[in-house]
Design a protein around this ligand. Structure first.
Ligand code: NGF
Length: 293
């Protein structure tokens, strides 16, 4: 198994204007991440991949292309979570057969599942696939908030390696690190990387690493080394960039930034706005000139 710590890009997917997968463009995004952003790995099938708007067949196709392009060059995590447990298991088996190093699954969302149901969901995906698992916790999108004791119950399953923590609750983050030192934490909010790393996270998984991966690694390494002032300087620049990206449309703007680097990052998938307006393109160009040249 490849190392799963460090800097992992939440992989963007290139779509054609009709919403179909642009394989050539997806391969270019993967190459850019590995060759230029020098990431330690890829988180495939996450929010950033616009995954929750895709069919099972399309999700599998993206897993296949990503593995085929990345081969064993970097760590590969497959996000297989779905509110349809049968789909999550099918995807988990598929990614495991392809050779993904680990699975991850978003907490089941939309319905108000009980904690017992959430635990059953993880235990069942793991039992059916035999692979290791990273819990994907993103309460602001799922509405699922788990506390310290609930993580402890999930961690009774030894195949759960830890959590991708996309939240700003640093008290919970610190409690998790202290209570379960043998479990890993991946920071999920790129704009909060410095405080998350200072609290001891083991890795970070982020959308903006697709274009800002070099700075992300600098923040990670400098903070780990205790060089907080230097890390903060880079976090400030990073957050100026992220602020601009968020205000202009998150995935759409990262795609436009990649296109300015010659990567065919394509369109977004409807019902997200598929195509950037002239104004959005112009903002992307300014962001590129100011922060990525
Ligand atoms: O895009 C989101 C959700 N969050 C990502 C990341 O946590 C998602 C984060 O990088 C991810 O890893 C995935 O693809 O599943 C943010 O985009 C970034 O910090 C800007 O807020 O909205």
């Amino acid at each position: 198994m490849k190392k799963l710590t460090g800097i992992f890009s939440a992989l963007l997917v290139s779509y054609n204007e009709d919403g179909s997968i642009n394989e050539k463009g997806l391969r270019q995004i993967i190459r850019y991440n590995i060759d230029k952003m020098k990431v330690d790995g890829l988180y495939v099938g996450g929010s950033t991949g616009e995954n929750f708007m895709l069919s099972t067949k399309e999700k599998k196709e993206i897993f296949r292309i990503a593995k085929d392009e990345a081969k064993d060059q970097v760590g590969l995590i497959a996000q297989v979570g779905s509110v349809n447990l049968h789909e999550a298991i099918e995807l988990g088996k598929y990614a495991t057969e392809l050779g993904y190093d680990c699975l991850s699954a978003v907490t089941p969302f939309y319905y108000k599942f009980s904690f017992a149901e959430i635990k059953h969901y993880y235990d069942k995906i793991i039992a059916e696939t035999g692979n290791n698992m990273i819990v994907y916790s993103i309460p602001f999108l799922t509405g699922v908030n788990m506390g310290i004791s609930q993580f402890g119950e999930l961690y009774q399953n030894p195949k759960i390696l830890g959590v991708k923590f996309t939240a700003g609750d640093f008290y919970l983050l610190e409690r998790l690190k202290k209570s379960y030192p043998d479990r890993l934490i991946w920071a999920g909010f790129d704009e909060m990387m410095l405080p998350a790393v200072s609290l001891g996270v083991d890795g970070a998984i982020g959308s903006t690493f697709n274009v800002n991966g070099i700075r992300a690694r600098q923040i990670f390494n400098l903070t780990k080394a205790g060089k907080l002032e230097e890390a903060l300087e880079i976090q400030h620049v990073t957050n100026d960039l992220i602020e601009g990206i968020l205000a202009n449309g998150l995935y759409l703007t990262i795609k436009e930034l990649l296109k300015l680097e010659g990567v065919d990052a394509g369109f977004c998938r409807e019902p997200m706005t598929a195509k950037a307006t002239e104004e959005q393109l112009s903002v992307a160009k300014k962001l590129k000139e100011k922060y990525l040249s």
